[in-house]
Design a protein. Sequence first.
Length: 293
Amino acid sequence: MQIVVLALFLGAILTLLSDSLKQALRGALARRPALVFATPGLLTTVFCLAAATAGAASLPLALAMLAYTFAPTLCAWAAGPGPVKGRPGWLDFAAIALLWLPLEFAAGASLVPKAAQGYLHSVAYGVAILLALVLFAGFRALPGMKYNLPRRARDYAIPAAGFLLLAPVLYLLAVPLGFVNQPHLPPHPHPGPMAARYALIFVATALPEEILFRSLVQNLLMLRFGFTNAVLALSAAVFGLAHLNNGSLLNWRYAILAAVAGFGFGKVFEMAGSVLSSAGVHATVNAVKHFFL
C-alpha cells in the first residue's frame, strides 16, 4: 500500500509535465480562483489516509498537515492569481519557504511514530511538490519554471555537456574534502538493478530538488533580481546551505560540494528548456557517487 501511495504522488507530479493539463489547470483556477483552497484539503486527506495505513493517524498530525498545506496556499492567494507579470513579490518567497523549511527541519516528526517517519516524510515531500506545482505552475502561472518535457535536441545535449564539465570539478574538490572514496566498480554491476537505482535517484531526489531549487527558488530569484551569474551563485548557495544538515549537523563539506553542484545544475537549467535536463545531470552526479565512489 505504501508503494501505491508514493506511486500515485509521482504519477500526479509527472502528469503535470503535460502542457495541455497545465493550461487546463490554469484556466480552471483563473475562472474560479477560490478552487485553489480545495488543494490543501485534498492533499491533507490523502496524507491522513497514508498515515492511517501506517498506523500513525492522529488529530494533531492532521491539523499540522492542514496548517502546512494551507499557509503557502494563503500566501499564493494573497499574491493573486497569475500569470505573474513583472517581479515576484515577498509572498511568493514566503510560500516557497513555508513549503520547504518545515520539511527541511522535519517539523511535526514528534507526532509520528518512529517506524512510520521515513514513509510519511516521503509522502509529505510528495504533498509539498504537488502543492508547489498547483500553486506556481497553475494558480500563479509563474513564467520560467520549465516544468515540461524536453522539446529540442539541446535539452539532451546541454545536460550531457554539463555533466562532462561538472563531474571532474566536483571530484577534484571532493577528494581533498574527504567526501569520496577511491574510485571502484560496484560489487554487482548488473545493468537492470543499476538502471532501477538510477530511476529511483531521479524521481525521489533529483527531480523534486530541481523543482524546488531551480524551477522555484532560482527562477524566483532571477525574476526578482535579474538573470546574472551573481544571482545564480546566490541560488547555488541556498542549495548548498540546504545540505548542511545532511548526515550530520553543520556538514560543511557537503554544503560546499552541493553549492558548486548547484551552480552547475543551475547553469544547465538556465540554458536548457526543461527542468528534466538539470534533473538528469543531478541524478547522474548522485548515481556516479553511489555506484563508483
